[in-house]
Design a protein around this ligand. Structure first.
Ligand code: SF4
Ligand code: SF4
Length: 103
């Protein structure tokens, strides 16, 4: 699993570059770019931070994901993970952020 950046959707806000703990992301010509995707350890910070859904995880075909994508929709109270599967199916998992640690 690794991230991909859809540069056509990127508005160059720099939020992803600010949150990446490995300093892997930077802006090139006002578009987010990753230095080397192999260095990404999948913390999801940039996926959750992007306001334009320009960053997503790919579910690699070699790992059984057949090229599906995972997006995040963040709001004040909830975080919704959207799985866009390769067969066109979409699944959503919503987490109440205020209760995320209540176990
Ligand atoms: S998933 Fe985490 S480590 Fe990977 S590029 Fe995004 S913020 Fe950086
Ligand atoms: S957070 Fe999203 S829109 Fe902003 S620079 Fe990063 S990829 Fe582009």
């Amino acid at each position: 699993m690794s991230i991909r950046i859809e540069q056509n959707n990127c508005i160059g806000c720099g939020r992803c570059t600010d949150v990446c703990p490995g300093n892997l992301l930077y802006l090139r010509d006002h578009k987010a770019t990753i230095r080397d995707a192999r260095d990404c350890w999948g913390c999801t910070a940039c996926v959750k931070e992007c306001p334009k859904n320009a960053i997503f995880f790919t579910l690699e075909a070699t790992l059984g994901g057949a090229g599906g994508r995972i997006y995040a929709h963040d709001s004040a109270d909830t975080l919704t993970w959207e799985l866009a599967l390769a067969d066109g199916e979409t699944q959503r998992i919503t987490v109440n952020k205020r209760q995320a640690n209540a176990y």
